[in-house]
Design a protein around this ligand. Structure first.
Ligand code: NAX
Length: 325
């Protein structure tokens, strides 16, 4: 039996986590042979709800779930942690500007970054989910210099999965037939869903799908899908976000499928001309617990222009929060 992996989840009493924790404990994220210890962090007023979530986890009698720690103390939560899923954040309130949200949530990620720097495993793999996810990951990274910086990532896998569904639906094919989808940039409406390198079965997606649909329908539908779910449901995507988190961490640790890639927001190394250090979504392949940015893709002027817009937004977000790092 492998020794257990310590997985921290913040915002553990929230919506996304109610769909997430049970799947981690059942082995869907790290594998059916990998025991886990769940280290669940919440703010003090949510501890009662968190206790109820822990009761339910216990009542599932998951063989891989070795221990549950519930706490409102970040030092306890992140102690010796190997994996962190940073879901906890404030939602945008009525009348609140994006810049206010940035400041409020940025504060959470700067203080948690400092704690992680001190008490977690320095090779901890981090996936930031709480919005604005890319910039929160950037702030965390700057406050945690001891950590392996490559391992500080943000979630764009939900956007990636949304894009695959749209292409499968439009072309009348199955999900499994659509490969090599890419989301470039920020997890926001400036994100760039790109099917120009995708395949549908053995054929290039661009030979099946017309460009007008791609530019005027596909890209805005994927980029604004989060808003469409909020409009329909009255609250933001939860089960599909949890599924994206499971996919992100599963593939990072256990590898991507041969001949395919996935999208992850990772620290830019300058690939595709993007400012170094920004947490930018790229196509990546994963092997042996590490990821590699897919190189050498030909980028059209149209996509390049959109990538620049998303990069400019990330730079603006970074500069708005410069007092936090
Ligand atoms: P909820 O409001 O249901 O849950 C958030 C939880 O975080 C709450 O229980 C709250 O008490 C807790 N929390 C707040 N501050 C905390 C802190 N400092 N430490 C620990 N816990 C804290 O939101 P939920 O629907 O679960 O969404 C969580 C975050 O995910 C939001 O920021 C949301 O915008 C973001 N999303 C990101 C997505 C992505 O693809 N990157 C998609 C889904 C979602 O919109």
């Amino acid at each position: 039996m492998k020794s257990p992996v310590r997985v921290v989840i913040t915002g553990a009493a929230g919506q996304i986590c109610y769909s997430l924790l049970f799947r981690i404990a059942s082995g869907e994220m790290l594998g059916q042979d990998q025991p886990v210890i769940l280290q669940l962090l919440e703010i003090t007023p949510a501890m009662k709800v968190l206790d109820a979530v822990a009761m339910e986890l216990n009542d599932c009698a998951y063989p891989l779930l070795h221990e549950i720690i519930t706490t409102d103390d970040p030092v306890v939560a992140f102690k010796d942690a190997n994996v962190a899923l940073m879901v906890g954040a404030k939602p945008r309130g009525p009348g609140m500007e994006r810049a206010d949200l940035l400041k409020d949530n940025g504060q959470i990620f700067s203080s948690l970054g400092k704690v992680i720097n001190e008490v977690a495993d320095e090779n901890i793999r981090i996936c930031v989910v709480g919005n604005p996810a890319n910039t929160n990951a950037y702030i965390l990274a700057k406050n945690a210099p001891k950590l392996n910086q490559r391992n500080i990532t943000a979630l764009t896998r939900l956007d990636h999965n949304r894009a695959i569904y749209q292409v499968a639906e439009k072309s009348g094919n199955r999900i499994a037939d659509v490969t090599k989808m890419t989301i470039w940039g920020n997890h926001s409406t400036t994100q760039v869903p790109d099917l120009s390198h995708s395949n549908i079965g053995a054929e290039a997606a661009t030979s099946i799908i017309d460009n007008d649909w791609t530019e005027n329908d596909f890209i805005p539908t994927v980029a604004k899908r989060g808003g469409a779910v909020i409009a329909a449901r009255g609250s933001s995507s939860a089960a599909s976000a949890a599924n994206g988190i499971i996919d992100h961490m599963h593939d990072w640790v256990l590898g991507t499928a041969k001949g395919d890639w996935v999208s992850m927001a990772v620290p830019s190394d300058g690939s595709y001309g993007v400012t170094e250090g920004l947490i930018f979504s790229y196509p990546v392949t994963c092997e042996n617990g590490d990821y590699t940015i897919v190189q050498g893709l030909e980028i059209s002027d149209f996509i390049q222009g959109k990538m620049k817009e998303s990069e400019a937004e990330l730079i603006e977000e970074r500069d708005t929060c410069s007092d936090l790092f």
